[in-house]
Ligand binder design. Sequence first.
Ligand SMILES: Cc1cc2nc3c(=O)[nH]c(=O)nc-3n(C[C@H](O)[C@H](O)[C@H](O)COP(=O)(O)OP(=O)(O)OC[C@H]3O[C@@H](n4cnc5c(N)ncnc54)[C@H](O)[C@@H]3O)c2cc1C
Length: 383
Amino acid sequence: MSAELDFGLSEEQRLLRDEIRRFAEERIRPGVAERDRERRFPSRIVVEMGEMGLLGMLVADQYGGAGFDPLSYVIAVEELARVCPSTAVTMSVSNSVCCWPIAHFGSEDLKQRVLPELASGRMIGGFGLTESGSGSDAGSLTTRAELDGDNWVLNGEKAWITNAGEAGVYVVMAKTDPEAGKRGITALVVPADAPGLSVGTPEAKMGLKASRTAPLLFENCRVRADNVLGEVGAGFKIALRTLDHSRLGIAAQAVGIHQRALELAVEYARARVQFGVPIASHQAIQFKIATMATELEAARALTRVAAAGEHRSRGALLASEAKLFASESANRACYESLQIHGGNGFSDEYEISRLYRDVRVTTIYEGTSEMQRWVIARHLTRA
Ligand SMILES: Cc1cc2nc3c(=O)[nH]c(=O)nc-3n(C[C@H](O)[C@H](O)[C@H](O)COP(=O)(O)OP(=O)(O)OC[C@H]3O[C@@H](n4cnc5c(N)ncnc54)[C@H](O)[C@@H]3O)c2cc1C
């Protein structure tokens, strides 16, 4: 079942959506429950996504990328998330918070060195901003980078890093001038094999179990001095710009989960008979399905509008609105879909229970719903 409106999609974007939908059903769906149960990273699928150009979607072709537009990108993330949210976040993090800042703020030499590897999927990327003491208040991070001859020397610890241990390279925010507060933060590109970098114990997460999340530990970690993105001291601004963009990917991930939660709810409500009729004939169930479907179309439309207008002046505001609405409504949809499944929804045998766990984090990472509301209100109320 798909009630999806094609409004505004080009022929090329429709073809891309169909191709990724097929790929997700044929290559990702088999084994998705096992990978979740076994917390197994989808290594084979990552290689195939690289071959399809899905790991360098926003990278220009001169650096080996597929050169897609942001709307095509959110369509791709949605289709992957509909089948496996873990695979979707693995892909979106590499595209959005690693390739994107390197492509926008990296020197020509850095782009030549790193982007072709990422875009081909020969390696994936990660992004290190969060620390145990600094989450929403990202400017209070304490990981330190000091210049020593031709190298930066990093000390500190990053927490909750997606793709940690699987990635070949990380964009890392570190304090290079502790006296300068947020203006003393610099964005550095750190290869996974840099001496002094290690990966901590992976998090035992309640959802997204087939994606990898772990701390990054820097102990006198040495990185080339020219691995800086933008200017020294511009790292906080670069992090915020990156997150403005990457929220589109999380909004799309939520839309994909929402789509699947609705499909499962409709399928179950038609098949399950109680009081002599399918439960789909009970008005209480119909109302849940109607709300899920309406909020899905609204979330998808807002996400696509935000993606299409990414470079315009209201782009960041729309991205926050899309991330807020899509993640909150997808959580409601998974709650209601599970409710429609009754006791079976509480069983690991049913797909909705995995989606219910996976969707929860979408209101938390890449800026909580509270932070999105703060960003939106600040845009509207600042003098
Ligand atoms: C699965 C997963 C993957 C992640 N991947 C990455 C990654 O790849 N890279 C990375 O850098 N980080 C990553 N994160 C970290 C994530 O971005 C943070 O968890 C998130 O930004 C929230 O920070 P926090 O957990 O420290 O919560 P806190 O900032 O401690 O917030 C706790 C609560 O307080 C609220 N709160 C905080 N400040 C305010 C305020 N001023 N007003 C109102 N409410 C407030 C928050 O909204 C939240 O509800 C990941 C997290 C998870 C769970």
